[in-house]
Write a protein that binds this ligand. Structure first.
Ligand SMILES: [Zn+2]
Length: 272
């Protein structure tokens, strides 16, 4: 669909979006494959997603070339046969590059030569880079319990107020001191906040990890928010007692939220 779609989409921004979507889909699929295969080694995971994304871009080329030749009524080739002959594929790609197939400007002359090589190179870098990024994100989403040989599942997720000193909080947590978290209180997603995630092994209930993301919300003068996420700790291992503390804290936060829902705007209300 990508190889065919990229011919049908004349608009350059949309074509780039199609490339991004293709890359993300390849990466996420590869990532779930790695999760299914219980791959824990990050280097192996990255190498595999990179190889799969490279294969994907190669196959998309092997399909794209026959589509182009067909549309120009040159001749009909089966992509399966073309994919098995890289030298023939390369020669056809070089030939197509001389003429180009589409144009970025409204004047109409087709983009070709070095400019087209540059665009194709960027396309390949996008698919491989984005594919590896997406695959790695899927693979790193949940921790793995080595004792039970299974992935953990979500134990709790809570939104707390942003801490005054993020670096200090990180030190305290790494020293296994969760008291700093308990004192933070309920967070509001409209302003800076902290997302705390507890992942636990459902089988042994002995393996627990905590991940923290610091979310900063900056507003422009027009009120348009810019949100940036920064992972403070990822899959920090917790003891059973600490995991229980976190779970109780989560329940407490949920109850507090029910009693007093956070207001989207607290400024100027009731003031004169
Ligand atoms: Zn386990």
């Amino acid at each position: 669909m990508y190889a065919w779609g990229i011919i049908l989409i004349p608009e350059v921004h949309l074509a780039f979006f199609a490339t991004l979507a293709f890359a993300a889909l390849i990466g996420v699929s590869a990532g779930y494959g790695l999760v299914w295969g219980k791959v824990r080694n990050e280097t192996v995971g990255l190498a595999l997603t990179g190889a799969i994304a490279t294969l994907a871009i190669y196959v998309s080329w092997a399909m794209w070339v026959p589509f182009v030749l067909d549309s120009q009524h040159v001749r009909h080739i089966s992509w399966v046969k073309l994919a098995q002959r890289p030298a023939a594929l390369w020669n056809l790609v070089c030939m197509i590059n001389q003429y180009g197939t589409w144009s970025t400007s409204s004047s109409g002359s087709a983009t070709n030569g070095w400019e087209l090589w540059g665009i194709w190179f960027l396309e390949a870098v996008t698919v491989i880079g984005m594919g590896m990024f997406a695959g790695f994100a899927v693979l790193n989403h949940r921790p793995f319990c080595e004792a039970c040989e299974r992935w953990c599942s979500r134990g709790a997720k809570l939104v707390l107020a942003a801490p005054p000193d993020v670096a200090q909080l990180k030190l305290q947590l790494e020293a296994n001191d969760l008291r700093a978290l308990e004192n933070l209180g309920l967070g509001n997603k409209a302003v800076d906040h902290l997302i705390v995630v507890l992942d636990s092994c459902e089988q042994c209930r002995q393996f627990h990890t905590m991940s923290l993301t610091h979310v900063t919300v900056r507003r422009s003068k027009m009120g348009k928010p810019t949100i940036s996420n920064k992972m403070i700790v990822q899959h920090l291992q917790l003891g059973a007692g600490q995991a229980e503390t976190l779970r109780q804290l989560s329940e407490k936060v949920v109850q507090t939220a029910k009693m007093s829902p956070p207001k989207a705007s607290t400024t100027a209300a009731g003031k004169k």
